[in-house]
Structures are given as C-alpha cells and as structure tokens.
Ligand binder design. Sequence first.
Ligand SMILES: [Cu+2]
Length: 338
Amino acid sequence: MNAIARLGAVAVLLVAAAGCPTNQQSMINAAGPGARSISHLALFVFVVFGIVALVMFALILIPALRRKGTLAEHAPVDAGGGQGWILIGGIAVPFVILVVIFGWTIAELENFPLHGDGEHRADIRITGRQWWWDVEYVGESPNQRVKTANEIHIPVGQPVVIELESADVVHSFWVPRLHGKVDLIPGVTNRIRIQADQPGIFDGQCGEFCGVGHSKMRLLIVATAPEQFAQWIALQALPAVDPVGDLERRGKMLFETKACGLCHTIRGTDALGSIGPDLTHLASRRGLAANSIPNDRAHLTAWITRAQFFKPEVKMPNLADLTGEELTALSAYLQGLK
Ligand SMILES: [Cu+2]
C-alpha cells in the first residue's frame, strides 16, 4: 500500500471513530463535566492545529504552483527580506497559540482535586489490585460504609470524590465518558472528582499497563437517580442473606470451609479473607472478575474451577478439586447473594 492510500485509510478510520455516538468508551462522547471540558480543549487543539496545517500546506503549494522558468534563469536567493514571515509566522503566531493552550491546560487541572481539601472528604476509596478494583464507600454514617468491587454506583448530577490508592503496582482509573485518567500509585493517595449528568452505565478500564491481566481490569460506573442510589447503598450495607434451600446452605458451608474464605469476605459468615473481592452481594453485580466475564451461572461455575483460564496469572488458583456436586452447591449459594 502506498503512503497516500495508507493515509486515506487512517482518515476514514478516524472519521468513523469520531462519528460513533454509541461508543461506550469515547472521550468525545462526554457524559459529565470533567470529560466535557477536556473534550472542549481537545476540540480546540484539533481545530487550531488543523488550521495551522492547512496554512502551511498552502504556503508550500502556492509557490510550487507559481514557479516559472528554469533554475538557471533565476537570480540567486535573496538573502535579505522575508524576516517578517519568520517573526510573525514562525514566532508570534506559534507563541500565541501555545500560550493559550498552555493556560487552558493549566486551568483544566482544576478538575483534578489532587490535594484533599478539608471540606470535601472522599465519598469512595478505590484500591487498585492486580487485576481488579477494590471499592470502599466511606460515607459519614456506618450504613453508608460499604465494600464492593469493580462496579461503582453513584447518584446522578452530584460530584463524587474518589480517593485512589494502589496495593501493588501503578494502575490508572479511566472512565472516558466521565473524566480523564488519574493514576493509582503505591504509597500515594490521588483524587478524582467525577459526575454523571444522565443516568447510565459508563465503562471504564485500567489505563496503565499493570501486568498480564491489565486488559481484563475493567470497571463500571452505574449512575442512578439519588433515591435509587440510596436504596442500592442501603442494600449493600446489609450482611449477606442467609441461604434457605439445602443446596445453598451446603454451598455456604463449603465456602466457609474450603479455601474460599481465606481470600474472600462474605459479611455475616465466617469468610473473612481480604485477598480477593468482597462477595457479600456478588449476585447484584453485572460482571465477574473485574467485568471481564458476565455474571451468570455458567461463567461463575467455570470461573471457580478455571479462573486461570479466564484471567491468566490471576491471584485466584484453579479450584479444580471440587466435585461436581460441591460446585453446584457453591454457585447456587453465590448466585443467591443479591
Ligand atoms: Cu492496568
């Protein structure tokens, strides 16, 4: 493929990507104030640089098209004159453009509350782990303090301050339709303030390579009306429901006695581990394993025995020595944890 055809293909792809309003992870398709002001800056840069490029191409083309005669007929290059072009086109114009973009970018940092201001305490603390998001709501009253994973509910139309930490390597919190990226760095607490204008589900993704499972470290922001959010958090604050059926009761007993409880907590049971996600309300989540697989019976059962297949090198071993009957009981129990 020659260079022009290749450029053409890239241009077509860019136009197609930009015109995709349903694209869930598009920063152009902003759904909150943070992403919107970033996309305005991006649009400004794109348009201004586009104009600069057009002017430059014109300045190259016009003399080329106007050339007359042969080289031999031309007088030697006139070393004097033309400084105006350099002063204005080469220094003044780029200076103005770059100063405006610099100032705007610095002003944009307002949207990233990196230093905690005493008044705005964080609403949520997220700890990045290889390769999932440990989520803790740190509300003022105990019934607003909740642990969950990978799926973050927020009330629509309200700013939500999130504290970001890491338990292992550098990760990056990125929900393109709501805001830019902020890194989760071991030993450092960063902050981000997100807000969703409309109810909806916004896909996010770890934005910093963090190991083999990086691409499977996804998160969901679920924005709902404030009343619905209050209901959700009240439900999440409850301990796990006690199983009623025999099968589910056996599942609970297995969970507490097999290895599961060493790594996972189910509040209200003897399982108190903290290596893996809190499973107290597992069945209320949309996805499993940081939203890399759907949360249904088939995937849940397969995950328990073959976690390494779904997420190579994941910090949960394949629990392949469970019998079929034990597995059925376990997944029946877990599926009941609404
Ligand atoms: Cu990552």
